[in-house]
Design a protein. Sequence first.
Length: 150
Amino acid sequence: MKKVFIVLGLSLAVAACGGNKSGNDSSADSTSAANQTAATAESSAAQDTAASHDGTDKAGGTPAAPGAQLIAKSDCSTCHKEQQKIVGPAFAEVADKYKDKGDAIVDTLANKIIKGGSGNWGTTPMVGHPSISMDDARTIVKYILSVKKQ
């Protein structure tokens, strides 16, 4: 009976991984799937921003605010949307949480963007973005803090 479970388990593992299909490059398949997932996430984030018109030029759907432009150029939309939690909190949730902190919170949150962090919004850590300058991080934070819940 043990042999049946072992064979069944191995068969399931091979089937779940796609097996070794001759003539196919499985790394190309996984890369293609990852690229499609990233494109979908970017598209969803762009639709969220354009649909809500928060920080956008309503005529063209392009970000009008400098912070929104910086967000559009970075990987923020992979984990965050303006009104909906994905991996990290929605920008509107962040703005609501820190609404009474004033300008004092801007540098703290800018440092979180640059250095990363965890614990404030659950156990999933936010990856640091050391290539973003402190000035750009401040601009992003000021934009995020301006997003209102709908």
